[in-house]
Write a protein that binds this ligand. Structure first.
Ligand code: NAD
Ligand code: UD1
Length: 332
């Protein structure tokens, strides 16, 4: 079975390529490398002894996509390609809407033209918005967002629901990720953002590596046990494996379904920093700072649906996530 992986050179896409190749899928990657590096394909080959077929294209470009569908019998698509920085999306919203929506529309039109009817989409827990209480269940309303990035996920989920409603043979899975961290155990692939990271784990590892002076903990006065925000951190390899289960589900079922991919457990910022220090036997300089705009106090997943319908649950511990994140940075 041939799978087109858009954004397959990125953090989650590259780990999913590894799991797909290791499970015998033929993998074709389409990525414009706007947030990833070309050597990722070689690193994937070092891990699995096989390399995806790679096309450096913009997924918004219908003609370029069409060439891929002409050259390969694509049975299903996993759609990771997209811009993902929340703060940046507030500054350049049109770029986010253009890139994330156009790429999805071009992809769906091309899939329709070539009779490809299965798609797994990278959605986000951000679609639950500020009104739903944790743990989030998939049947909660997801019609609001607090920033343009989040709105692109809300809109794309709707586009997929409409596409499935219009074609009884179409199958779409919206995977709502919680907070992916960690890296492949080889240390060859991982999260490698350009510039100063926005997200917590990439920031922690750079402080630990001496590349940044100190971590600012964004608020210690939230209504949580220790006052810092709580998130559901999930190992990226567990997350990648969830995509294979979603593909199997899309093969067996029609229509559209959403699944949470999280562990079901929350860790506070203080707890994650301490887990990182303990797992790697080092200290991370930190100070307490002001709350960050838009942060919710506590976010974690209800994982029952993924357990029951996908036969998937996360296995790796926070300790492993911390050790693997550091291993990747040490080996770079
Ligand atoms: P990433 O930036 O590492 O990977 C995205 C990849 O898509 C990059 O390689 C980038 O070059 C490529 N890309 C972007 N726009 C493209 C376009 N128009 N054409 C071709 N390639 C394009 O991000 P990631 O963390 O691996 O996230 C993958 C997906 O998961 C994204 O859609 C993201 O919004 C979603 N997601 C990520 C997180 C997270 O915490 N990392 C959480 C929830 C959802
Ligand atoms: C953020 C996005 C979310 C997106 C996800 C992955 C927001 C509001 N949410 O989630 O939509 O899907 O990234 O890209 O931006 N923290 C610090 N110091 C730091 C960095 C973070 O204390 O330097 C704290 C944050 O306040 C938060 C937690 O660490 O409580 C996790 O932050 P982060 O990794 O950015 O993820 P989210 O905010 O959960």
């Amino acid at each position: 079975m041939s799978v087109l992986v858009t954004g397959g050179a990125g953090f989650i896409g590259s780990h999913t390529c590894v799991e797909l190749l290791n499970s015998g899928y033929d993998v074709v990657v389409a990525d414009n490398l706007c947030n990833s590096k070309p050597d990722v394909m070689d690193r994937i080959a070092l891990i699995c002894g096989k390399k995806p077929v790679f096309y450096q294209i913009d997924v918004c470009d219908c003609e370029a996509l069409r060439c891929i569908f002409q050259q390969h019998q694509i049975d299903a698509v996993i759609h990771f390609a997209g811009l993902k920085a929340v703060g940046e999306s507030c500054g350049i919203p049109l770029r986010y809407y253009r890139n994330n929506l156009d790429s999805t529309l071009s992809l769906l039109e091309c899939m329709q033209e070539f009779g490809c009817k299965k798609i797994v989409f990278s959605s986000s827990a951000t679609v639950y918005g500020p009104s739903n209480p944790s743990p989030y269940t998939e049947d909660m309303p997801v019609n609001t967002a607090t920033n343009p990035y989040g709105w692109t996920k809300v809109f794309i989920e709707q586009i997929l629901r409409d596409t499935a409603a219009a074609d009884a043979d179409f199958s779409a899975i919206n995977l709502r990720y919680f907070n992916p961290i960690g890296a492949h155990e080889s240390g060859l692939i991982g999260d490698d953002p350009d510039g100063i990271p926005n997200n917590l784990m990439p920031y922690i590892v750079r402080v630990a590596a001496g590349q940044l002076e100190k971590l600012t903990i964004f608020g210690d006065d939230y209504p949580t046990a220790d006052g810092s925000c709580v998130r559901d951190y999930i190992h990226v390899v567990d997350l990648a494996k969830g995509h294979l289960k979603a593909l199997e589900y899309a093969n067996m079922n029609r229509g559209v379904e959403a699944f949470n991919l999280g562990t079901g457990n929350g860790s506070s910022v203080f707890e994650l920093v301490e887990a990182f220090e303990n797992a790697n036997n080092l200290t991370v300089n930190r100070v307490i700072g002001a709350r960050r705009d838009g942060d919710l106090p506590a976010v974690w997943a209800d994982t029952q649906k993924a357990k029951e319908k996908l036969n998937w649950s996360a296995e790796k511990t926070v300790q492993e996530m911390c050790a693997d994140s550091w291993n990747f940075v040490k080996k770079k």
